[in-house]
Structure formats: structure tokens, C-alpha cells
Design a protein around this ligand. Sequence first.
Ligand code: GAR
Length: 195
Amino acid sequence: MLSVVVLISGSGSNLRALLEATDSPLFPARILAVGADNPAPGLAHAELFDVPTFVVSPSAFESREAWGKTLLESVDFFKPDLVVLAGFMKILPPHFVQALNGRLINTHPSLLPAYPGAHAVRDALAAGATETGVTVHLVDEGVDTGARIAQRSLAVQAGESEGELHERIKVIERELLVSVVRDIAEGRLNLNQIS
Ligand code: GAR
């Protein structure tokens, strides 16, 4: 059984999809805890599923490194096999990424390497993209630069807003993230062999 810690910053709809999937005894992974960098609304999903939560806010620390150290200790406490960034909007310090090398993944609302960063959907629309999508990737020390694990695409519709497009992306994103976690848990996907 693959054990997972999920980190979020916002509404947590991807977290919710993981919680619902892993709630089934047939699903080969369990969520041990959910962490956030702020009192995120999405933490309520974890509470509903009786999953422990923790918040480690950067503002409580004098440096990003000190914040990352405490965040890492909070994650390590649960000894997860896998850590999933599901809408976690802070850049993690290098030592955090290195400590979880090969077992830290992120989901991102674009077809990376296109549109990395915090405003992927807005950037795709501003660039006039006709196609975008979602990428699940390994996290390295760059911003959305880690090796890609899986992608799904969708067509941008004429005149749609950033919010509308992001909601449509999230529908396929939740499915993709759940299926990647399942594939890792079932050994169909070996993160050490992704490059
Ligand atoms: C997701 O679309 C995720 O890909 C994105 O934030 C959203 C969180 O939604 N993450 C990034 O943009 C990271 N660069 P959720 O809180 O409803 O799961």
C-alpha cells in the first residue's frame, strides 16, 4: 500500500479527488496527512475524511530555508512513500526537494514545458493557445521543470475565461492525478526510471 502526503494551498479539488479514490479499499494508496502553507479552505476535505492536517506558513519563519526545514519535518513525521503537490503554490527550497528526490510530484495546469509558473491558464490564454492541458511531473529544483510523468490535452474554446478554462482543465487533471498515483502504487510507473 503506497502511503501519500498531499500538500495544498487552495481549494483542494485535486486533493478531494485523491481522498475519494483512496477511500476505497480497492485503491492501492492511502493518504496519511495533508499539509498546507496557509489555513487553506481545502484542508476541510481532509478533515471530512478524518485525515490529519498541518499548516506551516512561511510568514512564521525568518527564511525560506527555515520554513522548508519545518515543512520537511512535518512531512517526514508521516514517513510517506510519495508526496503530492496538488495546487501547492509556494516554491520549495532546494534542500526540501533534494530530501524527497524521486518521490515528490506536482500537478500543473498546462502542457509543460509551456506556461510554467503560477499563472499557467492565464498565460496560455494570453498567448492565444488553441490547446492546453495538464502535466503531472517530478519536482526538481526549478519551477515546473522536472521530468514529465503524464500529460493530457484539451482544446481551448473561443471566448472562454481563465476561470472557465481552468475548471475544464481541473476535470481532466483530477482524473490524471488519481491515475498516476494508482500507477505508481501498482508499480506500473517507476519514478526512478523517469527522465
Ligand atoms: C490546479 O489546477 C493545479 O494544477 C494548480 O492549482 C490548481 C489547484 O486546484 N497548480 C499550479 O498552478 C502550480 N503551479 P485545486 O486547489 O482545486 O486542486
